[in-house]
Design a protein around this ligand. Structure first.
Ligand code: C2E
Ligand code: CA
Ligand code: CA
Ligand code: CA
Length: 280
């Protein structure tokens, strides 16, 4: 790139512009998505090792755009965060998921250790009404708070402040807190002292290395040891092979999630999987 501001504009300008237009279009379409019934929630089971029994599910939002087809949440969630739409979409996902969880749990043995995990973005945690929203939804769905796990990222609560206050209030309500993508932030260990945490979700990038070199495996081992020492649950994410699942068990993991077990599925498919497990 030339150093003059003018040539930079020529070089990067149109591309940035196109990006901004694309973003604005996506944001406009997304603002209509809820009203137009384009959003759905899929659920990916979290299973016990080694047996693979379903211990709960993670809710993952899906968007079927009228002309583009499926748009990945990795693309539209950041857009929803920047525009603030995530507050509305997040509340919708939460209500849908808690409703579904109450139905699944009532069909199971009450004593079954079954939980619904829902992702919350930084923007939602900064919303003053978020805790009240969660409490109202749990009440409406008659779902005990301990059946709900809210997944947060390290970066969302890293700065302390209101986001951290929200997490503390949620925890005081009896909701479980999971640290998502654990290990990928820059304050993972320090955060465990200040933020109430019940579950560590070990990021796929670490799980990928579990059948690799000793060095790669060391990270996954360390996280397992931290979880055991602090009496936290640890969930290994993105498990794609039997070899990974076997090794994770040897390293002390009791919970896993990944394509090797189940992909994210529409609710009917989860209902069928639960029924198959119960042998009915
Ligand atoms: P995440 O919370 O880390 O969710 C896990 C992602 O990994 C999901 O992608 C899931 O489909 C994918 N995954 C699970 N197992 C495997 C595997 O074995 N291999 C591979 N390659 N991938 C696997 P998805 O559904 O595309 O979601 C992407 C991200 O979008 C999520 O990452 C989460 O950060 C965000 N997201 C999804 N739904 C919601 C939501 O309702 N609210 C918020 N705030 N964020 C959401
Ligand atoms: Ca998650
Ligand atoms: Ca994750
Ligand atoms: Ca992730």
């Amino acid at each position: 790139a030339k150093e003059s501001g003018k040539s930079r504009w020529v070089e990067y300008g149109p591309e940035l512009d196109a990006h901004a237009v694309e973003h604005a279009q996506l944001a406009a379409d997304l603002s209509q998505a809820l009203d137009r019934d384009e959003l759905t929630v899929h659920y990916q089971p979290i299973v016990a090792l080694p047996g693979g029994e379903i211990r709960g599910v993670e809710a993952l939002v899906r968007w079927r755009h009228p002309t583009r087809g499926q748009v990945s949440p990795a693309v539209f969630i950041p857009v929803a965060e920047r525009t603030g739409l995530i507050v509305q979409i997040g509340a919708w996902v939460l209500r849908k998921s808690c409703d579904q969880a109450a139905a699944w749990i009532s069909a199971l043995d009450e004593a079954a250790p079954w939980k619904m995990s829902v992702n919350a973005s930084a923007r939602q945690l900064l919303e003053p009404s978020f805790v009240d929203t969660v409490a109202a939804i749990l009440h409406d769905c008659a779902l005990p708070p301990a059946r709900l796990t809210i997944e947060i990222t390290e970066t969302a609560v890293f700065g302390g402040g209101r986001a951290l206050d929200t997490v503390r209030s949620l925890h005081a309500l009896g909701v479980k807190i999971a640290l998502d993508d654990f290990g990928t932030g820059h304050s993972s260990l320090g955060l465990l002292r200040t933020c109430p945490v019940d579950v560590l979700k070990v990021d796929k990038s670490f799980v990928d290395g579990v059948t690799g070199t000793v060095e790669q495996e060391a990270i996954v081992t360390s996280i397992s040891e931290i979880a055991q020492a602090l009496r936290l649950e640890a969930v290994a994410e993105g498990v794609e092979t039997r070899a990974q699942a076997n090794r994770l068990l040897e390293l002390g993991y009791q919970l896993a999630q990944g394509f090797h077990f189940y992909r994210p599925m529409p609710p009917e498919a989860v209902t069928a999987a639960i029924a198959a497990e119960a042998g009915v």
